[in-house]
Design a protein around this ligand. Structure first.
Ligand SMILES: Nc1nc2c(ncn2[C@@H]2O[C@H](COP(=O)(O)OP(=O)(O)OP(=O)(O)O)[C@@H](O)[C@H]2O)c(=O)[nH]1
Ligand SMILES: [Mg+2]
Length: 423
């Protein structure tokens, strides 16, 4: 190694005329290679540095060889490919915690991007359905915007799941594991009471009445998803479920719309909840409000939730399988206190409180009415219900595949009229 170094560098210093030596006079004396030659001659590398040199040399040689012989390796390690991974300023580290980044000024192709991610909670078994949703939203929206996707699961995602998703996404993708204390039924929940609650719903023929995993999911979506490390430095999320459809091109950026119009929560479908799943939810909400009247927003949407000034709940809620919302709203003091209070009553397990009424009640009470957005222009379907944009012009311009008569908006089970009445 010593021989190699001294041979090359000394010769570089003496051989004439080379481009290198022609340039030498213009360099400062300290940078002249010939000036370091004497030092190199007397330089005796230690055994460790000799080994290190050999290792570095071998790696470089191997890398060069692989680049020449394997096209895929060459592509993967090319500077453009490596820098593409850093083009979006979000690279989760091993623990999934992102570096803080100021998103207020992120531009892609001259248009501003929001600090936002598209979020899907899914099981490995739902890969086909998940891929359908991703493909739809990519085709209709994200292939033009390149927002990152985040997938969460209480079990590690399989390689098949990850590979298939990576094949159809345009932006960066992250796969996160949900911490078990964010998912599973806590020890302090009285299991006997929870079993009785499940049996009761089964006897009433209520969907998912006997399912503990469904309850885990509802509790997670109510109070934990926004605490996941992968979401830590985001402000906005778009919730997407497996097997949903987006029927129209979304040519505007809903995140930027929310940001610029001071919105915190948005929906496309609103409907009634099963009363049997939340027998004590409203009383619990009223207790909380009595204790914390300061969290009620001025000009809130109580009239959408209640037909009698808050005495009873009319079961109206925003269908939370679609949500574009501000994570800071859930992280804020009002919602944190609210969720903790609800959770302490264990209604997620003793009954079957859904994240949809929990989110909706909070958004309707702790945000102003004008902070909640109905996105008419987003054609959306989660079976069995569809929202199709009302304006014929919008349906035509955005190549909507839905038909307006399919729209759930003004059917008997919809709460749209109630929402419109309070506007
Ligand atoms: N990882 C994981 N995800 C789940 C589990 N249960 C539900 N989910 C996800 O949670 C979301 C809601 O679950 P769904 O089964 O769609 O519940 P739903 O929309 O009320 O009911 P459906 O009408 O059956 O769609 C979806 O994104 C599911 O993929 C689970 O046990 N594990
Ligand atoms: Mg669903």
């Amino acid at each position: 190694m010593k021989f190699f170094l001294s041979f090359n560098l000394c010769n570089l210093g003496t051989r004439e005329p080379t481009i290198h030596n022609m340039l030498l006079p213009s360099l400062s004396p300290s940078l002249r290679l010939c000036s370091i030659v004497p030092h190199l001659r007397s330089f005796k590398p230690s055994r460790t540095s000799r080994y290190a040199g050999v290792v570095v040399f071998t790696i470089i040689a191997l890398h060069s060889l692989l680049r020449i012989t394997h096209e895929a390796y060459g592509r993967m390690t090319s500077i453009p490919n490596i820098s593409a991974h850093f083009a979006w300023p979000l690279t989760g580290d091993v623990a999934g915690v992102r570096d803080p980044f100021d998103f207020s000024n992120v531009y892609v192709n001259g248009t501003r991007r929001a600090n936002a991610a598209i979020l899907m909670l899914a099981r490995n078994s739902e890969i086909d359905k998940a891929a359908n949703s991703v493909r739809d939203l990519e085709d209709r929206f994200n292939s033009n915007f390149g927002y990152p996707w985040i997938f969460l699961n209480e079990e590690p995602f399989t390689e098949e799941f990850k590979e298939r998703i990576r094949n159809i996404t345009s932006g960066p993708v992250e796969f996160g594991l949900i911490p078990s204390d964010h998912w599973f039924q806590p020890d302090w929940v009285d299991e006997e009471k929870a079993t009785q609650g499940r049996d009761k719903l089964v006897s009433q023929n209520i969907i998912y009445g006997d399912s503990v995993s469904y309850r885990n999911m509802c509790r997670f979506n109510s109070g934990f998803f926004y605490r996941h490390p992968l979401l830590k430095n985001f402000k906005w999320y778009w919730r997407v479920e497996p097997d949903v459809r987006f029927h129209c091109d979304i040519s505007f950026d809903p995140f930027i719309y929310m940001e610029e119009h001071g919105k915190v929560y948005s929906f496309t479908i609103t409907l009634y909840e099963y009363r049997e799943t939340i027998p004590t939810l409203w009383d619990t909400v009223k207790e909380f409000i009595n204790d914390h009247p300061e969290y009620l927003a001025p000009n809130n949407s109580m009239a959408y939730l209640s037909n009698d000034d808050g005495r009873t709940y009319n079961l109206c809620h925003f269908w939370s399988n679609f949500e574009i919302a501000d994570l800071d709203f859930w992280r804020g003091e009002a919602y944190t206190e609210f969720f903790n209070y609800l959770d302490s009553k264990a209604g997620f397990y003793y009954e079957r409180w859904g994240d949809a009424p929990v989110h909706s009640i909070a958004a309707a009470l702790f945000a102003r009415k004008d902070q909640i957005q109905f996105f008419d222009e987003i054609g959306y379907e989660h079976a069995p219900f569809t929202h199709c944009p009302r304006a014929g012009k919008s349906r035509k311009e955005n190549h909507c595949s839905c038909r307006p008569w399919q729209s759930f908006d003004y059917t008997g089970y919809s709460c749209m009229r109630k929402w419109e009445k309070i506007q």
